[in-house]
Design a protein around this ligand. Structure first.
Ligand SMILES: CC(C)[C@H](C(=O)O)[C@@H](O)C(=O)O
Ligand code: SF4
Length: 466
């Protein structure tokens, strides 16, 4: 019987398999950030262990770091403490760390691919659920908890129970003006926030093949919002082209050998998936969340659904509660809802292609009066590239500065946050109550919709602007 892409990668990493036990997997790359790691290092210290492969371990600072004044001391005491612990731990255990303001610093899921660390067919783990982003390269990449971080630090292996396989096939091409973000929001609305639970999702089909690597990362990133641990896409020429010449990509004969292997990484025709979803790309339009889960979303052009449309009483009650929290009336159009803030950033949408898209929409236009537009690149490299390409000038002319790299208002774990009751159009991935600050209201959107919304002052697509 054939194997799925995920099974191929999994099987080549089994160090030990025992009847009735989880598989022990070898881990090729272990990434770290300042949240969720201090106890793992404490555990190592308590048991007198060292880090088994510091050369396969890499840290960055992203969640608690400021996006302005990066050369000054961090103001918030808890954030400062977290970052200083990260520095101390990495220095003590010999782990390379990209610090605030440095050339390679940025959101952990943005810098991995950027450095060329995301090799197809490799296993990548990190103390963060959105590690799934790197599945865009055909890697098996997933988030792990603190005790698992300690295990990987100490042994470079991880015990993992086998996961099931789910295929999401997107046939046809995305219509003009419909982006990777709209596609993944539509997929989540279809499968639900628990639909991918216990599965690794493989995205395939023409629309997926036609996406850029950046778009594929956006899709894999939000696999987590569909309840899945990991998302994957079979590597192809675009993948190899993206990786070629990056600092951590193989070179010379090793490159050729790796590419020859990477070409074998796809699901065999007779591979069996436990679950399958098929989507017709031609039916999709810009998608926006109106509730407090990423699945409570619909086309920008649709009215906000009425709770009565949900037959399941539990879901109906959840919709009612979400709409009350979001202060949104059923039946009104999603398009046209006024916003206070537009946040462009996060590991879902803060790569150079996203910023280029935003600049295309903002070019020659101005941010609406009373609206704050915040643009936070995913990495210092992206920031530099945006400056080199003159995108920052477009942003400044429109009325927004380009900040420094980090998670920023995606999770409000630094000082960038909404005030209670504020409404934001945000290119991030989560919209639960309080995600972007206490009492914050988040509408998840694509970079194109975010930029158009900043100009219009209310939820809008670029096609709605004059
Ligand atoms: C802080 C971190 C553990 C968390 C995650 O795992 O996703 C964060 O990145 C988030 O997006 O909520
Ligand atoms: S950008 Fe947001 S989703 Fe991504 S790692 Fe940071 S907090 Fe998590």
């Amino acid at each position: 019987m054939g194997k799925t892409l995920a099974e191929k990668v999994w099987d080549t990493h089994i160090v030990y398999r025992g009847e009735g036990e989880p598989d022990l997997l070898y881990i090729d790359m272990h990434l770290l950030h300042e949240v969720n790691t201090p106890q793992a290092f404490d555990g190592l210290r308590a048991s007198g262990r060292t880090v088994r492969r510091p050369d396969l371990t890499l840290g960055t600072e992203d969640h608690n770091t400021p996006t302005v004044a990066v050369d000054k001391e961090i103001v918030d005491p808890a954030a400062r403490e977290q970052v200083s612990l990260m520095r101390k731990n990495c220095a003590e255990f010999g782990i390379e760390l990209f610090r605030l303001g440095e050339e390679h610093q940025g959101i952990v899921h943005v810098i991995g691919p950027e450095l060329g660390l995301s090799h197809p067919g490799s296993t990548i783990v990190c103390c963060d659920s959105h590690t799934a982003t790197q599945g865009a390269f055909g890697a098996l990449a997933f988030g792990i908890g603190t005790s698992q971080v300690e295990h990987v630090l100490a042994t470079q292996t991880l015990p993992m129970g086998r996961l099931k396989n789910m295929a999401v096939t997107v046939n046809g091409s995305l219509p003009e003006g419909v982006t990777a973000k709209d596609l993944i929001l539509a997929i989540i609305a279809r499968v639900g926030t628990a639909g991918g639970q216990g599965h690794i999702i493989e995205y395939r089909g023409q629309a997926i093949e036609e996406l850029s690597m950046e778009g594929r990362m956006t899709v894999c990133n939000m696999s987590v919002e569909a309840g899945s641990r990991a998302g994957m896409i079979a590597p192809d020429e675009k993948t190899f082209e993206y990786l070629h010449g990056r600092p951590a990509a193989p070179t010379g004969a090793a490159w050729d050998a790796e590419v020859a292997y990477w070409r074998t990484l796809f699901s065999d025709d007779d591979a069996v998936f436990d679950k399958e979803v098929v989507i017709d790309a031609a039916t999709l339009t810009p998608f926006v969340s109106w509730g407090t889960t990423p699945a409570q979303a619909g086309p920008l052009g649709d009215p906000v659904p009425h709770p009565d449309q949900f037959p399941d009483p539990v879901e109906r009650a959840a919709v009612q509660r979400a709409q009350a929290y979001m202060d949104i009336t059923p039946g009104r159009p999603v398009r046209g809802l006024p916003v206070d803030v537009v946040f462009i950033g996060s590991c879902t949408n803060s790569r150079i292609e996203d910023l280029r898209e935003v600049a295309r929409v903002l070019d020659g236009r101005k941010v609406a009066p009373g609206v704050e537009l915040m643009i936070v690149p995913g990495s210092m490299k992206v920031r530099q590239q945006a400056i080199d390409e003159g995108l920052n000038e477009v942003f400044e002319a429109a009325g927004a500065g380009l900040r420094f790299a980090g998670c920023s208002m995606c999770a409000a774990l630094n000082e960038d946050r909404l005030t209670p009751g504020q409404r934001a159009a945000s290119t991030n991935n989560r919209n639960f109550e309080g995600r972007q600050g206490k009492g914050s209201r988040t509408h998840i959107v694509s970079p194109a919709v975010a930029a158009a919304t900043a100009v219009a002052g209310h939820l809008a697509a670029p096609a709605d602007l004059n």
